[in-house]
Design a protein around this ligand. Structure first.
Ligand code: NAD
Length: 509
């Protein structure tokens, strides 16, 4: 097993099945010294890995993908038992994670290809931007998508030529340990992808260690702590945090399709997705028909069991947050159409549809992260957009409608928007994924997600000598006077400046 073990730890933590309470397995609680040792081993793996060609790395990543696909049943079963999600959702997660691994491996060479750029006034130079691996990436993951979410960093970091030390959530560590076992068997360098396990203290030790970047996915509150820990060494951070994704339904939307998508977007993974539909704004003219359609869809869902649509909530703490949001909404006048706080039993929450909600309620302002669909009636699309943008978060968003959908989408303050669909952006590996505001910064997925794990190098090569060389102290006596004239000529009202401005305007840059 590719876990750190320089001074074997005696503490262990248990992973529980949230549906039954049974212990699924235990893992070590790695100390700061063990984390540092794992990072040191990763450093030497990174040195060898970064020297390989894209083709050679691509071959090993393909072998890794195939090994994971061969173990898909075991991975899905672990996701099902540790996280509580139904098997269908567990297999969907495995499939999406492997899609990203395939894409990152195939795309790295193009995304990191050196770029020749204009040398501007220094026309005797060749100017190039190139991308190089950072070294060791620390990945800290959440429990809601224990494979798909960290893979968004792991696959792209490895494909860019880095080694990875991954700290999974303490609620879902077994899946990560399995991932590391497969990695150790597949990669020629067994320390290329290591896993350290434990709770917040192990994550904090990784953020403080000698890594070259930390890619964190989790809550905004923990993200701030990670950023502070990383600041000690000025380690760069990538933060994928929470969301409060809005959905807008315009009056010319296909209501059947919109309701079906809304119910899936809000309830998949029992609403425990960073890009869950967390609030819905519906045009007055179609509000009642849309609500009716949503309720009909929700009533058809099966809760619990291996083949259910919704599984158990992963943690009791999250159940308490959802209940608090529901109690608060009801106390402030929301109407419960299905589910509700009284329908919560253990870790199972019946999907809840609320109407008559407002932004004074937590369910419309804070991340609920549970199977709740709060629907607000709006008088105009302007009001819908204003309310949708009234959030400290800015992760995903979606719009259903006809002619105005693209205009609405363009006005949404969010990292990602789906038009006439939900969550589509997460399944398209070429699209960068990430947010703004309290949803974090930096991007996983896409070419941006590969370059996120690189350092940028600028090279200026003088390819020809010209009589005027400004990078020298040997200048003619009248150089100051010449420069004064040149500044006006080139950048003021001179003819050259006018011609350059006109040419740039014409070329659009
Ligand atoms: P969390 O913030 O509680 O924990 C995330 C990880 O951080 C865990 O591995 C945890 O052990 C670790 N951690 C805790 N304290 C730490 C510290 N001081 N230093 C370093 N690491 C520490 O988040 P969670 O409850 O596991 O996950 C749910 C949250 O994740 C939600 O807010 C959800 O929206 C967000 N999320 C975001 C994305 C995205 O891509 N934007 C994806 C999935 C989940």
């Amino acid at each position: 097993m590719a876990t750190a073990a320089s001074t074997p730890t005696t503490d262990r933590l248990s992973s529980f099945n949230p549906a039954t309470g049974e212990v699924v397995g235990t893992v070590p609680v790695h100390t700061a010294a063990e984390v540092d040792a794992a990072v040191a081993r990763a450093r030497s793996a990174a040195q060898s890995w970064s020297q390989l060609s894209f083709e050679a790395r691509g071959e090993e990543l393909t072998a890794f993908r195939k090994a994971l696909a061969a173990d898909a049943d075991e991975l899905a079963e672990l996701l099902h038992r540790e996280n509580g999600k139904p098997l269908l959702e567990a297999y969907t997660e495995v499939m999406m994670a492997l899609g990203h691994l395939q894409h990152a491996a195939a795309r790295a060479e193009v995304a990191m290809a050196p770029k020749r750029v204009s040398a501007g006034m220094l026309a005797n130079y060749r100017a190039t931007v190139s991308y190089h691996p950072l070294g060791v990436i620390g990945v800290i993951g959440p429990w809601n998508y224990p494979l798909f979410t960290p893979m968004g960093s792991i696959a792209y970091a490895l494909a860019a030529g880095n080694a990875v030390v991954f700290k999974p959530s303490e609620l879902t560590p077994l899946l990560a340990v399995k991932l590391a076992e497969i990695a150790a068997k597949t990669f020629a360098l067994p320390d290329l992808l290591q896993v350290v396990t434990g709770a917040g203290a192990t994550g904090a030790a990784l953020a403080k260690s000698a890594i070259d970047k930390v890619a964190f996915t989790g809550s905004a509150a923990t993200g701030k702590r990670v950023m502070m820990a990383a600041a000690e060494r000025l380690t760069p951070v990538l933060l994928e945090l929470g969301g409060k994704d809005p959905m807008i339904i315009a009056d010319d939307a296909d209501l059947e399709k919109a309701a079906e998508a809304c119910v899936y977007g809000a309830l998949t993974n029992a609403g425990q997705a960073c890009i869950s539909v967390e609030r819905v704004y519906v045009a007055d003219a179609v509000h009642d028909r849309f609500v009716e359609e949503v309720v009909k869809n929700v009533r058809a869902l099966k809760i619990g069991g291996d083949d259910g649509h919704l599984g158990a909530m992963t943690s009791t703490a999250q159940v308490a947050i959802v209940k608090d949001h529901l109690d608060d909404a009801i106390a402030k006048g929301a109407k419960v159409l299905t589910g509700g706080p009284d329908a919560i039993s253990g870790n199972y929450i019946q999907p809840t549809v609320l109407t008559g909600v407002s932004h004074k309620m937590k369910v419309m302002s804070d991340e609920t992260f549970g199977p709740v669909i709060p629907i607000q009636r709006v008088d105009s699309l302007d009001e819908a957009i204003k309310l949708a943008n009234d959030s400290t978060y800015g992760l995903g968003s979606s719009v259903f409608g006809g002619k105005s959908v693209r205009t609405i989408a363009a006005r949404l303050r969010a990292g990602m928007t789906s038009i006439n669909s939900v969550m589509g952006f997460a399944g398209i590996p070429s699209l960068p994924f990430g947010g703004i505001g309290d949803s974090g910064f930096g991007r996983i997925h896409g070419d941006e997600g590969i370059r996120e794990f690189t350092r940028i190098k600028s090279t200026a090569e003088m390819v020809m000598s010209i009589p005027m060389n400004m990078m020298s102290f040997r200048q003619p006596k009248d150089m100051t006077k010449k420069l004064r004239g040149m500044i006006k000529q080139l950048y003021g009202d001179g003819l050259v400046a006018k011609a350059t401005d006109t040419w740039r305007k014409f070329r659009g840059r």
